[in-house]
Design a protein around this ligand. Structure first.
Ligand SMILES: Cc1cc2nc3c(=O)[nH]c(=O)nc-3n(C[C@H](O)[C@H](O)[C@H](O)COP(=O)(O)OP(=O)(O)OC[C@H]3O[C@@H](n4cnc5c(N)ncnc54)[C@H](O)[C@@H]3O)c2cc1C
Length: 277
């Protein structure tokens, strides 16, 4: 009897405990907004708390929120607007999620003659606001979505990262995710935690393809590359894309144009299957 109990305990320790310790997601859990966003549709100034250099041209900037005990409470995949002292406005998707209280983080690439990115890097006084209904893609996804194609160019990786984070923490509804990450070179890519974590798991569910247009790995995100890695099926697919204007034009059509054109149209994608961040 004693030996049977010991054997049972040994089996429990070896088989059951590791299963209980297994994380439900690779790197984080989904943090939906639990109340109204701390930023209103009116402009408000927020102080910079800290900044941290990630690559030669990319840094993170952490801004203090009005309430130190509340999170930003922005829906995953949504962006905020930033305005500089000259009144120039650009959208940015925070790289922190709603688990962070009292502050939020932007990851920003510095463009040589870029107006707003230079204002951010020079720590000019900035104003922020949240546009209601700016969320083109809300989470959770419809349960009919089983296969997802994500295409990120440059800093377009920030909203794609939010979506990946949601999909990873959500379980098994989505069966296949193919992510294209495009930039000029590997030095330019913002290595966000989730992407690196997913790559390290070698999970068959997530396939990450890095394409460096500067020639480093000879890859380019175009119709052939997409066809090679993702063949669209009917009724269960979604594509989400965020990148610089020329990339949007060639792959799915301009951001402001609700129709799908370019490579995705030629590959059979329809308007209600493609989200342009
Ligand atoms: C939904 C969404 C989320 C985003 N999230 C992020 C984010 O998290 N992080 C981030 O860094 N960016 C993000 N962006 C991009 C961001 O909004 C800005 O477009 C980016 O910071 C560049 O803005 P800028 O004012 O610095 O550059 P701009 O002044 O707009 O210039 C951009 C580039 O174009 C060149 N350029 C400008 N005018 C001309 C001209 N007339 N002829 C030729 N070249 C020109 C500039 O030299 C520069 O290289 C996001 C965009 C979207 C749509």
């Amino acid at each position: 009897m004693i030996s049977q109990t010991k054997t049972f305990r040994r089996i429990t320790r070896r088989l059951v405990l590791p299963l209980l310790l297994l994380p439900s997601s690779t790197f984080s859990t989904y943090h939906p907004s639990t109340g109204p966003c701390q930023l209103s549709p009116s402009w408000q100034s927020l102080p910079l708390l800290s900044s941290h250099k990630l690559t030669n041209q990319t840094s993170t900037f952490t801004y203090s929120l009005p309430s130190s005990t509340e999170s930003l409470n922005l829906s995953p995949c949504a962006c905020i607007l930033v305005r500089n002292p000259s009144g120039i406005v650009r959208p940015y998707t925070p790289t922190s999620n709603n688990s962070l209280k009292g502050s939020f983080t932007l990851t920003v690439k510095l463009y040589q003659n870029g107006v707003l990115s230079n204002s951010i890097f020079k720590n000019e006084p900035l104003e922020f606001c949240h546009i209601n209904k700016n969320v083109k893609l809300q989470y959770p996804l419809s349960t009919s979505i089983k296969r997802v194609l994500l295409i990120a160019g440059g800093t377009g990786i920030t909203p794609i990262n939010q979506l990946l984070e949601c999909i990873d923490s959500e379980g098994d509804t989505v069966k296949e995710v193919v992510v294209f990450i495009g930039d000029q070179s590997s030095d330019d890519v913002i290595n966000l935690e989730c992407i690196s974590a997913l790559e390290q798991t070698n999970s068959p569910k997530f396939k990450i393809i890095r394409a460096y247009s500067g020639g480093e790995n000879g890859r380019f995100i175009d119709e052939d590359a997409i066809r090679q890695h993702f063949v669209k099926s009917e009724g269960d697919c979604l594509a989400a894309i965020c990148g610089p204007p020329p990339m949007m034009t060639s792959i799915c059509g301009d951001r402001e144009d609700s129709d799908v054109t370019g490579a995705l149209k030629r590959l059979g994608w329809k308007k209600d299957e493609v989200y342009k961040f």
